[in-house]
Every structure is written in C-alpha cells, then in structure tokens.
Design a protein around this ligand. Structure first.
Ligand code: M6R
Length: 633
C-alpha cells in the first residue's frame, strides 16, 4: 500500500559511473511508475534544490501528476522523494496527496501506513498553534517532525538534525509507518524510518536509493539492503547510515536482487495482467527448478528447520489472505492427503483474534506474494510468540514475512505487477506442494517412487498451461459476449472449490461484477435459490478418471442448475464427453492428476475475467479501490 521512492545523487557529473548523472525527478518518477501498483489514488514528488523544497502533487493516477509536471516543471535537483497513494486517512484529493510540507515549507514528508495516535498528536499540535490543511495522519507526522527539527536545528549541529529529529518523532508515533523526509537545509540527504511497513535501500555508485520494494530502483541497481524493524536510515550520495529509533548504530543485510528489470515490463502485452497470465508456465517451472534430484528426492535447503522437529509436527495452519488463501485451501487437500497431518487454512486477519491452539508442534505456513501483507505478518508474529515454527512461502525476496519466519520457500514467479494476482497463485500452489511432499518424504508417509512420480507430473504442468494459453480464443470470445452480465456463479468440489472461489474473486476484482464461488455440494443447501433463467454458472468439473472421482456428483450439480434455467459453462478434462450434454460451453484442460488440476483449471477463469474486464474498458492492472500490497490491518 502506497509506493515510496527516495533518491540522492552526487553533483560532480560521475553519478552512476556513466558520466551522465541522474536527475532526481527522473529516478523518482521511474520508481513511481514501477510502484504505482501499490496504490494509485494520488501521486506526488518533492525535490530539494537551491536551498528550498519544490513539490507537486495530484489526485488520481500518476499520469495526472505527469500532466501537472509538464505544466509546472520542477527545477533540476539531485535529491528527491516521491509517493503514490492508497488512501487511508482522508479521501483521494490533491490536498491529501503526499508529500506534506512542514517547517514553513522547508521540510517534505511522505508516508506509508497508519499513524494510530494521530488524533492525540494533532490535538497537541493544534493547541500549540499549528494549522492543518489536509485530513491525513501524514500531515500530523510532518508537523511533529518539522517542530522537532526546528528546535534541534536552533540548538546546534544542522548535519545531524534531520536524522535526530526523525528518531525523536518516531519515538512518539504509534502504528505502522514508513516515512521519508527531506529538508531544504540538507540538500544531499534523505532520512527514512520504518516500523511494520516496508522499506529497502538501493546501493549505487555515487548515488543511493530508497523504495517500498526493489522495483522502486531496479532500473539503477541490483544491490539492496534490508532494514530491520524500528530502524532509521540516512542516505547521502556516498553513505548509508542505519540506527535504531534511539540513535544506536544498526546494520542492514545486503543482498543481490535477481529480478531482471525487463521482467517488470509488459513485454509487448497490452497489460501486466495478460503478461503475467502468460508468464505462468515459467512461474511454475522456475518454482520447481533445482528443488529435487534425479531420484526425485526433494532438497529444500531453504527450510532450515531441524528435520527432527518437522517430524514432530502434529498440526499445520496455513495463514494467508485473498488469492493466497485460496492457494492455501488448494494446498490443504494435497498436504493432508500426502502427509496425513491435520491442516487448517485460516484468513490471517481472523487468526489471532480467536485464541487459536498453537504450540511448538504446530507448523505455520504463511502464503504471501508480497511478503508484506500486514494481516499475515501479524498472524505469523503471533504464532511465533506461541512457540510455533513458521515457514513463509513468498514471492518477494527480502520482504518482511520471510525475514520474520524460521524458514522461507521462495516462489520464483518473478515480479507480479498487476494488482490482481495470477502467476503468484500458481507458483504458491506449486511451492506448497513441494513443501507437502518434503514433509511426506521426511516423515516417510510416501515412498520415494511415489514422490518422484508426483514431481514428474508437476514437471509436465508448465507445458499443459501453455496449451491452455495457446487455445484461449474460445474463452475470450465467451468473455466478450458476456460483458453485460450482472452476476456470475462459480461451482467446484474438492480442489475445484477454491478454484471456483478464485475464479469469482478475479471477476469481482477486474470486472466489478458480482460473483460468488460455492462448493457444488452446498448448492442445494441454499445458493440454488439464486438460479434463474439465464444465470451464468461456471462449473469446474473433476476428472472422470480414478476410483474416488466426484465427477458424477458434479455432473448432477450441473443438471440441477440447468434444470432451473442456468447457462452452464464447464471447465472439464480433455476427453470428458459426458459433460457436453449439460453445458452450453465446454472448455477442456489437459489430463492431469486430480490434485494438480487447479494449476490448469484456474487459467481459463483468469483469462475470462481479464478479457471481460478489458471488453468493459477497465484497467485490468489497477482495478478501482485496490492496492497490490496491503500493508495496513
Ligand atoms: O501479497 P499477498 O499474497 O499477501 O496478498 C494477499 C491478498 O491481498 C491478495 O492475494 C489479493 O487478494 C489480490 N488482490 C488477489 O488478486
């Protein structure tokens, strides 16, 4: 939520080592372009130049700010900050946009998160004579920082006044925040702070960067530094100083960003969403890569939890939100089946408020694309406090949830930029399956040969996804023909049930159409009352092969809704001719073992939602009201 960028460069013309140097505004705007997926209610920038701060900000998407900048250009500068907002306190207006100015316009502040004690601080500042022009908690933080800075700078050393003021301000702030500040007195300095909200440093040559995540500076450097909780970082062109909120020196952990900047571009697709749907064969293949040997033995080196302790695990709780939670629901079927360990899936934001039963033999598996989802982070922290072991399945290197977990299994889907998740979902299921198989291997629940066979089937999945992508014309035609639909239902059973819910979520998020996913067996217990003439119903049909197939039961469910007038759209396995008689449209997916079917059946539903939303003229990369990374509770 909210994208943040900061930049300082050197004025001697050797910036970046290429002799060309960077304009702060160029770096900041490029970073904001890449971070806009985090929020797009408004955008703003501030630069420090010639002993003053200049700022521009505009409600709406970044393009509005760009238009403002071409009408009212900013001067050249080597220090700048920028912000793209997902509104929390105060609506998406120009005046609520960041940066917020303080200290008579000489200090600019941007913020991600929520200052929980802002009301109390505001009352105090108003009593001291401060007037506010926005409805935001950020302006309160700016005023507090400005006041502290002013008194410190009157007392003494200007060079340390801004970091010191940030320390003192942070000691007074409650809640979650990343703050970035610049001051006109200190043209080559950006000071930042983080508590429970993301911030990474990018290391350059004669220049340094700050970003909510590495995409904020990926065009300029691959060297990044993770910051810990409650830390303050001061960057100049040549230095990066980290302290805690009381000024004690601290260290960050440097790492190499292995994302290719090109991977965060559209590659000729009209949207990131379409590109990311097409990235899925690769996302699954990369997530499988290097994690087993030729004998099919899983070698998950990243799981640095004592195998003996993992053998003692008697309960697994999967924690996640949104699409990641649906991936967790899919994984539950496989993990319980393969490992015989009771597995619960809980929405992270519900977890710690129900006094859950968690102990040292509980394994918490968190699923998060961003690794920054606050609800999931808080749930993981709570579980650790109760003594549980925690494994994060995450797509974002160096993010907070993996850092605060005992172990991490990274999905290698590459950057997911579109706000609605697609390739991360498939990669999460793949990684969770690897974890399930690893536990089964460790605990002897499966013979090595069985694990090898499942891995071989998983390895065939990328090609099968590609086949679906190559034959997507029919589902796209249907999507365009259904752009006037007001409600669409999705049914599935077993692993098809979370797939149905994910199909419904994609349609809600992208096309703003009412959609619900149901367990097909639940239909007769109530939801069938929704069926009327012409109601579109997608049905995810399991394979007819195998002893315990639910195929016949799901076909009965199709007949039940059809008899009441529903327009049935069926996702079925190739060769399943039985469904034709009951379906207005059938989309076939390649044969695969039932537990792996979600990796295929989800794809037509993603394509359907994306195409329908596009036909309605909506921005599929940045759906209204959403943000990619939900860093507030
Ligand atoms: O980054 P995370 O995986 O933790 O995000 C969880 C959800 O916020 C996310 O999946 C959300 O539901 C997306 N909008 C789904 O498309």
């Amino acid at each position: 939520m909210c994208g943040i960028v900061g930049y300082v460069g050197r004025a001697d013309g050797v910036i970046g080592g290429n002799g060309t140097g960077h304009q702060a505004l160029d770096v900041v705007l490029e970073g904001l372009r890449r971070l806009e997926y985090r929020g797009y209610d408004s955008a703003g920038v501030a630069v420090v130049t010639a002993g003053r701060i200049e700022s521009r900000k505009k409600s709406g998407k970044l393009t509005n700010l760009l238009a403002e900048l071409s009408e009212n250009p900013l001067p050249d500068a080597l220090t700048g900050i920028g912000h793209t907002r997902w509104a929390t306190h105060g609506g998406p207006t120009d005046s609520n946009a960041h940066p917020h100015l303080a200290d008579g316009g000489r200090l600019a502040l941007i913020h991600n998160g929520i200052i929980e004690n802002f009301a109390e601080l505001k009352t105090e500042l108003v009593s001291a004579g401060h007037t506010f022009i926005s409805d935001t908690d950020t302006e309160v933080a700016a005023a507090l920082l400005g006041n502290i800075y002013r008194s410190l700078s009157e007392e003494g050393d200007l060079d340390v006044a801004l970091p010191r003021a940030m320390q003192l301000a942070c000691q007074r702030l409650e809640g979650a925040f990343t703050l970035l500040a610049v001051h006109a007195d200190q043209p080559g300095v950006v000071v930042a702070a983080r508590r429970n909200s993301p911030l990474v440093v990018g290391l350059g040559d004669g220049e340094n960067f700050l970003g909510s995540d590495v995409s904020g500076f990926i065009d300029y450097t691959r060297r990044a530094v993770e910051l810990g909780q409650d830390q303050i970082v001061t960057i100049t062109p040549d230095t990066v100083d980290i302290t805690d909120f009381h000024g004690a020196p601290a260290e960050g952990k440097e790492y190499h960003v292995d994302w290719d900047a090109a991977a965060a571009k559209k590659d000729g697709y009209p949207s990131f969403m379409e590109k990311e749907i097409h990235d899925q064969p690769d996302a699954v293949a990369q997530t499988l890569l290097g994690r087993s040997d030729l004998e099919g033995r899983l070698t998950l080196d990243e799981i640095r939890i004592d195998p003996e302790e993992l053998k003692e695990v008697n309960k697994i709780i999967v924690l996640a939100c949104g699409t990641s939670a649906y991936a967790g629901q899919v994984a539950k079927y496989a993990i319980e089946h393969w490992c015989r360990i009771p597995t619960e899936v809980e929405l992270s934001h519900e977890f710690r408020y129900r006094d859950p039963i968690v102990d040292a033999n509980t394994l918490i598996v968190s699923l998060s694309q961003s690794g920054e989802t606050m609800d999931t982070l808080m749930a993981v922290r709570y579980a650790r406090e109760q003594g549980a072991k925690t494994v994060a399945i995450c797509n974002t290197n160096g993010s907070t949830i993996p850092r605060e977990s005992d172990a991490v299994l990274y999905t290698h889907a590459g950057p997911e930029i579109a706000v609605a998740s697609t390739k991360a979902f498939l990669a999460q299921i793949t990684a969770a399956y690897l974890l399930g198989l690893y536990l089964a291997q460790l605990r002897g629940n499966k013979f090595q040969g069985e694990i090898k066979d499942i891995l071989a089937d998983l390895a065939k999945t990328p090609d099968k996804i590609q086949q679906i992508l190559d034959n997507s014309g029919q589902i796209k035609d249907l999507a365009r023909s259904m752009s006037e639909s007001r409600s669409v239902l999705f049914l599935g059973r077993h692993v098809g049930f979370p797939v149905a819910m994910e199909g419904a979520l994609k349609l809600k998020e992208l096309a703003y159409i009412h959609a619900e996913g149901f367990a097909a067996g639940e239909l007769k217990h109530g939801p069938i009352a929704l069926i009327e003439e012409g109601q579109p119903v997608f049905v995810v049909v399991p394979s007819p092969r195998g002893r315990n197939s639910l195929h016949a039961k799901v076909v009965s469910n199709i007949q039940e809704v059809r008899a009441r007038g529903a327009k049935t759209i069926v996702i079925a396995e190739e060769g399943d001719e039985a469904v034709r008689a009951y379906a207005e449209h059938v989309f076939y997916i390649p044969e695969t073992p039932p537990l792996l079917a979600p990796l295929l059946a989800t794809v037509p539903l993603q394509i359907f939602a994306c195409e329908l939303a596009t036909a309605k003229g909506y921005d599929v990369d940045q759906p209204r009201n959403l943000a990619k990374s939900v860093t507030v509770e």
